[in-house]
Ligand binder design. Structure first.
Ligand SMILES: *[C@@H]1O[C@H](CO)[C@@H](O)[C@H](O)[C@H]1NC(C)=O
Ligand SMILES: *[C@@H]1O[C@H](CO)[C@@H](O)[C@H](O)[C@H]1NC(C)=O
Ligand SMILES: *[C@@H]1O[C@H](CO)[C@@H](O)[C@H](O)[C@H]1NC(C)=O
Ligand SMILES: *[C@@H]1O[C@H](CO)[C@@H](O)[C@H](O)[C@H]1NC(C)=O
Ligand SMILES: [Ca+2]
Ligand SMILES: [Ca+2]
Ligand SMILES: [Ca+2]
Ligand SMILES: [Ca+2]
Length: 400
């Protein structure tokens, strides 16, 4: 028996159809990258590639991005991540994104990788003072080195870009050396010597500057009011006042006006006048000093023949608590007026004269006094009068 075996030979074309049995694989599961906060929209951030071992559609990867708040997008074909919205490190310093790579198989397979985008700092903020204007009040006697206030300026940038130093740009009114000192790192303002009577107010312009390159800065103004302490005693314009008054001056007549100045403020500088003592003294004061105007008036009639010069110690007091006082002196010269008639030493004289008295014989000497200086200084005062009788008449004849 013949066994015929037919063998069929031919080319068998085997069409191997790929099965989507591989998922895309990212080169790295997690990628960290950074982008400056001033990156423009459209600028590249990074590329996060994935591969797929399949073929055809099964290896054709399309990328997508999850998260990122619209600030980032990925090119579906290239996997290039770019910026799509304005960034601000000070608002959000990093974004956690999820990259998805998906092949085009049916059903599709996909893979994910995490992408952390750090937003790096740019010195895009100037320091900002807590107040645009500061005000402070300080007593003029406060010790040198006393802290008045501490400034604060914030700068939200990172590191040196956000580290602030302080300085005083200007002081008004100016002075040879600055009155205030500002600690550059703490912002504490310390005072030097003050005197309200010299300068009652200072205005300072202060600068806060960050350490970025280039640096950014801000300014703020500070008004320092120096408040008053009663540290000045009233001072008379003259150490000694001199005045003259006619002894006939009437009570109430103004003699002179004293004036004392006190540069302090308000009551601390308001002056009242008083007489501390009068020499020679008297039962009731001869003078009256108006406490507010400083006008010295006559309070008693004068009499040159009794007192020729008065000396007063006067005082100017301020209204501070306690009050400070300044001393002064007043010398008042009383001027003579010819208001006294000459006086005989006796009111009447009885003289007995014998009728055979020789002609020209002296019978009586009359003594005459005049208390007025003016008549003395006129130099024509008769010290004595001698009665000479030439019978039958008697005549006055000067002999002094
Ligand atoms: C992003 O990168 C690609 C490839 O390097 C380049 O062609 C493109 O110009 C870049 N885009 C920008 C905005 O720099
Ligand atoms: C500060 O900002 C500059 C650009 O303005 C930047 O080059 C630098 O890296 C920043 N420094 C820090 C510490 O972030
Ligand atoms: C006067 O000085 C005192 C301290 O000596 C002070 O307390 C007071 O406020 C001052 N008065 C005025 C009006 O400045
Ligand atoms: C004012 O006078 C009093 C008493 O005479 C004296 O103690 C005081 O030192 C004087 N003050 C001044 C500033 O002259
Ligand atoms: Ca800054
Ligand atoms: Ca910044
Ligand atoms: Ca005073
Ligand atoms: Ca004062």
């Amino acid at each position: 028996m013949l066994l015929l075996i037919f063998m069929c030979s031919g080319v068998v074309e085997v069409q191997v159809t790929d099965v989507n049995d591989n998922s895309p694989v990212f080169t790295s599961d997690s990628v960290t990258t950074s982008v400056p906060e001033d990156a423009e929209v459209g600028s590249n951030v990074t590329v996060v590639p994935a591969t797929d071992k399949d073929s055809s559609f099964n290896k054709e990867i399309r990328y997508s991005l999850r998260g990122g708040e619209g600030k980032f997008s990925v090119d579906p074909v290239s996997g290039r991540v770019s910026v799509t919205g304005a960034l601000d490190r000070e608002t959000k310093a990093e974004y956690s994104l999820l990259m998805v790579a998906e092949d085009q198989g049916r059903p599709a397979r996909s893979a994910t990788a995490s992408l952390l985008v750090r937003v790096s700092d740019i010195n895009d903020n100037a320091p900002k003072f807590s107040n645009a204007e500061y005000q402070g009040e300080v007593l003029e006697t406060v010790a040198v080195g006393t802290s008045l206030l501490t400034l604060s300026a914030v700068d939200p940038d990172e590191g040196a870009n956000g580290s602030v130093t302080y300085s005083i740009l200007s002081q008004s009114p100016s002075s040879d050396s600055p009155v205030f000192e500002l600690d550059s790192s703490s912002g504490t303002l310390v005072t030097g010597a003050l005197d309200r009577e010299t300068k009652a107010e200072y205005s300072l312009l202060m600068v806060a500057e960050d350490q970025g390159r280039p640096a950014r800065s801000a300014t703020a103004s500070l008004l320092v009011r120096v408040s008053d302490i009663n540290d000045n005693a009233p001072k008379f314009s003259n150490a000694e006042y001199q005045g003259e008054v006619l002894e006939t001056a009437s009570v109430g007549a103004s003699l002179l006006t004293l004036s004392a100045v006190d540069p302090d403020e308000g009551a601390n500088g308001s002056v009242t006048y008083s007489i501390l003592s009068q020499s020679p003294s008297s039962d009731s004061p001869v003078f009256e000093l108006d406490s507010s105007s400083g006008t010295l008036q006559l309070a008693q009639p004068l009499d040159y023949s009794e007192v020729k010069v008065y000396s007063l110690v006067v005082q100017a007091s301020d209204g501070g608590t306690p009050s400070l006082v300044g001393n002064g002196s007043v010398v008042v010269k009383v001027k003579d007026e010819n208001n006294n008639p000459p006086e005989f030493s006796k009111e009447s004289y009885d003289v007995a004269v014998s009728e055979n008295l020789a002609s020209g014989a002296s019978i009586l000497t009359l003594e005459v006094n005049d208390r007025d200086e003016v008549s003395k200084t006129a130099g024509k005062m008769f010290g004595f009068l001698t009665l000479i009788c030439v019978p039958p008449a008697c005549l006055w004849s000067p002999s002094g």
